[in-house]
Design a protein around this ligand. Structure first.
Ligand code: UD1
Ligand code: CA
Length: 457
């Protein structure tokens, strides 16, 4: 296989985003914008990927921490796309082969399109091939100027274009394939004598053409793909398109969406076949959902692992939790991080959990807080039960054995344990450990004063 590397230009601040965060770090469908073109380059077979970074460089680097194929090249001052590529080339010393040049702000570019560009470039033995698009409104983009024979002669930027050139509708996507040997030589010939006083990468096209080298332009079939994100309107538009692609992928893999337009699934989520997603759900953070699950309306799931045949009812929020098969949650339940539920567990409405394990078949059906607890299997937690896990300074654990029955309105003042097969009577405040097979009861004896209301009148 011929060797392939990529340069991704991501040094700019992205002024039009009006943000403290640089443009390429804004999330789209759950991942930073820059991850999208990096994924496209990787999928096209690029094994060395150089990010040209400037503003917030360490934050950009940390997105790819530990990735062996990623290198970063610093561009201290943003003197133009040509200068950015020159900086990036320093990180490709000793590399021979083809370089893909991409922008950090084109998240809609598909790897299939890059592969087609690459195949065309190699077939034609070109030194430079630029991906172009035919736009009804080309304003803002560089225009591709061809000679009488139809060969690409040069690219002219919007701000440098004559009225005749402005009328050209074929635009530069900012995405290129180049032979690195040509690139290394050509980049040194670029000047900055233009309307913006910048080093334009696009000047390479004219340089190649003047030397009689093969320099080509390949119009893309789908102009949508080259859309650059420059402001938050375009950010939302790109996100909508990416979400639609993600949802289609899941649907084709056997997942039912009641209304795909209002279902928000981030990149990196896995969902098994025959699962059903209702409107308004949001699923993110590399969540894995098994097959045959039903996720009802307005459920939010982040970083969870959910087994098969689970039923998550309306308006529940699940964070960093693990559910085995056949678990039912909600409606309106809140599983906070560290919740681990065994098979056939049932968590009902208005139940909040945090850092707990619950064994097979256990239930907490209504209005309960369970935090820092280890709960066995086949346990019934009555309505209104509270683990009093926090004394104002430290958190303490509650242990509940298998087959325990906790009645309604019980407070478990941690640290405390309830031995297996015990029963805690309704209304009890448990302050000391309960041995196995026992009844625990703590109630103030009831006093009835007969006729009391009649005398008051
Ligand atoms: C560029 C092209 C234009 C093309 C358009 C497509 C040039 C001169 N023009 O214009 O022909 O139609 O993209 O979207 O190349 N960057 C750096 N360092 C710099 C300058 C830019 O890293 O010094 C990065 C930016 O962060 C951005 C990318 O390069 O990701 C493109 O830069 P931008 O200034 O947006 O170029 P355009 O004016 O859009
Ligand atoms: Ca741009």
């Amino acid at each position: 296989m011929e060797s392939l590397a990529s340069l991704l230009l991501a040094a700019g601040k992205g002024t039009r985003m009006k943000s403290g965060l640089i443009k390429v770090l804004h999330p789209i469908a759950g991942v930073p914008m820059i991850s999208w073109p990096v994924a496209a380059a990787r999928d096209a077979g690029s094994t060395t990927n150089v990010l040209v970074v400037g503003h917030q460089a360490t934050a950009v680097q940390s997105v790819f921490r530990g990735a062996a194929d990623i290198r970063c090249a610093m561009q201290e001052e943003q003197l133009g796309t040509g200068h950015a590529v020159a900086c990036g080339l320093d990180a490709l010393e000793g590399f021979h082969g083809t370089v893909l040049i991409l922008c950090g702000d084109t998240p809609l570019l598909r790897s299939e399109t890059l592969q087609a560009l690459l195949a065309f470039h190699r077939e034609q033995r070109a030194v430079l091939t630029v991906l172009t698009a035919l736009l009804d409104n080309p304003f803002g983009y560089g225009r591709v100027i061809r000679d009488q024979a139809g060969s690409v002669a040069r690219i002219v930027e919007q701000k440098d274009a004559t009225p005749d050139e402005e009328a050209v509708c074929e635009v530069n996507s900012g995405i290129y394939c180049m032979e690195v040997d040509f690139l290394r030589g050509g980049i040194r010939q670029i000047g900055n004598d233009n309307a913006q006083g910048e080093y334009y990468l696009t000047d390479l096209v004219g340089i190649a053409a003047r030397q009689g080298l093969t320099c080509l332009a390949l119009p893309t079939a789908d102009a949508e793909e080259i859309m650059g994100v420059n402001d938050r309107v375009q950010l939302a538009e790109a996100a909508r398109i990416l979400r639609r692609r993600i949802n289609q992928r899941h649907m084709l893999a056997g997942v039912t969406f009641i209304d795909p337009e209002t279902t928000y699934i981030d990149e990196g989520v896995t969902i098994g076949a025959d699962s059903v997603l209702h409107p308004g759900c949001q699923i993110g953070g590399a969540t894995i959902i098994g097959s045959g699950c039903e996720i009802e309306q307005n459920v939010t799931i982040t970083s969870c692992r959910i087994g098969n045949d689970c039923h998550i009812k309306a308006a529940s929020v699940l964070e960093a939790s693990e559910l085995a098969d056949d678990v039912a949650v909600g409606p309106m339940a809140h599983l906070r991080p560290g919740t681990v539920l065994g098979t056939h567990v049932k968590i009902g409405n208005f139940v909040e959990t945090k850092k707990i394990t619950m064994g097979k078949g256990s239930k907490a059906s209504h209005l309960t807080y369970l935090g820092d607890a280890e709960i066995g299997s086949n346990v019934n937690i009555g309505c209104g039960t509270i683990t009093c896990n926090y004394d104002g300074v430290n958190k303490h654990r509650t242990l509940i054995g298998d087959d325990v029955f906790i009645g309604s309105d019980v407070q478990l003042v941690a640290p405390v344990s309830v031995g297996r097969n015990s029963l805690v009577a309704a209304g009890t405040t448990v302050t000391s450990n309960v041995p196995p097979d026992s009844l625990a009861l703590s109630r103030v004896p009831q006093l009835n004063k007969e006729g009391w209301r009649l005398k008051k009148r």
